[in-house]
Ligand binder design. Structure first.
Ligand SMILES: Nc1ncnc2c1ncn2[C@@H]1O[C@H](COP(=O)(O)OP(=O)(O)OP(=O)(O)O)[C@@H](O)[C@H]1O
Ligand SMILES: [Mg+2]
Length: 202
């Protein structure tokens, strides 16, 4: 079982979009998937409702003992859509402990990049309780193709010590408008699924 948590200090960084698109990518390659919505805002559950249900398990677990409850979900891949740490620290911390891979989605803009130093402080504070062998990676999202901001953000984050995935999610209307619908096939999220499996040694 591989546990992946989308987490960030800040709201609105493409956690839910990434969690749902990645869940579909794993499902379509034949893996069993469960999606744990830890956000009290319940956007992933709402997305599932609007889409007429996802073809995999979805559970609402906006709880500070998320790390215990989510382990009841059995699947090849369990993906957590985690609320922003700055407003929901107990739930977010619990989910960060639970994960094998913490994925921090971030756009290459100053507001989101500025919050990556305090995010590192949160991760450092939690270091003692994080699962042994678990790791944190950054996913660049909403990247404008051909602009300098993407490569520049990658350099800034790597200088801060972050492990930035080679997969980046482009900024596209097809992602922005996807809430409540079924994700497309053959997108950067398929590449993300491949890279995360490789990173996990699966
Ligand atoms: N690759 C993309 N290209 C363009 N827009 C995107 C992309 N990914 C996400 N978005 C848009 O960015 C906004 C934030 O995305 P999303 O709701 O997934 O973030 P979140 O981190 O889950 O937010 P919240 O903290 O409110 O739960 C949404 O309007 C979404 O449609
Ligand atoms: Mg969300």
């Amino acid at each position: 079982m591989l546990r992946i948590a989308f987490t960030n200090l800040k709201p609105g960084t493409a956690k839910t979009t990434s969690a749902v698109w990645l869940a579909y990518a794993f499902h379509r390659r034949g893996l069993s998937v469960a999606l744990a919505d830890a956000d009290p805002g319940a956007s992933a559950l709402e997305w599932s409702d609007q889409a007429g249900g996802f073809p995999f398990k979805v559970a609402g677990l906006p709880m500070k003992d998320f790390h215990r409850r989510a382990d009841d979900l059995t699947a090849d891949v369990v993906i957590g859509d985690i609320p922003q740490v700055e407003d929901h620290a107990p739930i977010a911390r619990s989910a960060m402990r639970w994960a094998d891979i913490r994925v921090v989605p971030v756009a290459p803009n100053p507001i989101e990049l500025d919050r990556m130093a305090p995010m590192q402080d949160v991760l450092d504070e939690l270091d003692d309780v994080l699962k042994p062998g678990s790791f944190t990676v950054v996913l660049l999202t909403r990247v404008v193709t051909g602009a300098a901001s993407g490569p520049s953000a990658r350099r800034v984050l790597e200088r801060q010590g972050y492990d930035v995935l080679s997969t980046a999610i482009p900024r596209r209307e097809s992602f922005a408008q996807s809430f409540g619908a079924e994700p497309d096939t053959n997108t950067a999220y398929d590449q993300l699924a491949t890279e995360l499996l490789q990173r996990a040694g699966k």
